[in-house]
Design a protein around this ligand. Structure first.
Ligand code: CO
Length: 216
């Protein structure tokens, strides 16, 4: 959603880059690809924004095989999204990840678009879920005079609400009911500094969930 900083990478550059990646990896470890090819056992599922400036592995200094990744516009957890649910189900029930992290980022184009009254087309139906987050927190947000500060706060609240959305899925609730070790967390990344802020909403069980959402 953010298209400000254009680069001059061509299609051919990507294939050239791949050759360099393979050469570098093999130079460091001749068995690099043999090891990866045996399977994956990532401890983390990352649900992040599709924004090209927020790549899960690079900003956490991790390698291929270490983070299972799902990305969409504005790092949303929407209960009818079969793509997200399939990724979550596989991560929790097959890979048995220990953590699911929703990672938003300041300056998110999806959040900024959702705050406006403009029409953008098909995507308005996706952004509407962010407008719901605004509606839930309108009292707080409307009191913030500075537009950029208000955007940043909605980015944070959008992460928090999507952490709650994750906790409400049957997938996460069933994992907790079975006693499976699973933490759900919310982070916000700053593109300006490269630093991740932990929103301190980590949850490891359904104890704090509103009653209506709990399976008993
Ligand atoms: Co974004």
């Amino acid at each position: 959603m953010c298209a400000q900083s254009a680069t001059h990478i061509t299609y051919e550059d990507l294939l050239k880059g791949n050759k360099e990646f393979v050469a570098n990896a093999l130079a460091t470890d001749p068995e690099y690809f043999d090891t990866l090819a045996k399977g994956q056992n990532p401890p983390v599922l990352w649900i992040g924004c599709a924004d090209s400036r927020v790549p899960a592995n690079q900003i956490t200094n991790t390698k291929p095989g270490e983070i299972f990744v799902h990305r969409n516009i504005a790092n949303m957890v929407i209960h009818t999204d079969m793509n997200m649910l399939s990724v979550l189900d596989y991560a929790v029930n097959v890979l048995k990840v220990k953590h699911v992290i929703v990672t938003g980022h300041y300056g998110c184009g999806g959040v900024i678009a959702a705050m406006s009254n403009n029409e953008f087309g098909l995507i308005d139906n996706w952004l509407r879920h962010i407008k719901d987050v605004y509606r839930l927190h309108a009292d707080e947000l409307d009191r913030i005079d500075d537009a950029k500060d208000r955007e940043s706060r909605l980015v944070e609240l959008n992460v928090v609400e999507n952490v709650y959305n994750l906790c409400k899925t049957s997938i996460v609730q069933n994992a907790w009911a079975k006693g499976q070790e699973l933490g759900v967390h919310g982070w916000v990344y700053s593109i300006e500094t490269g630093i991740i802020r932990d929103m301190k909403v980590s949850t490891h069980n359904s104890e704090n969930m509103e009653d209506v959402f709990r399976f008993k």
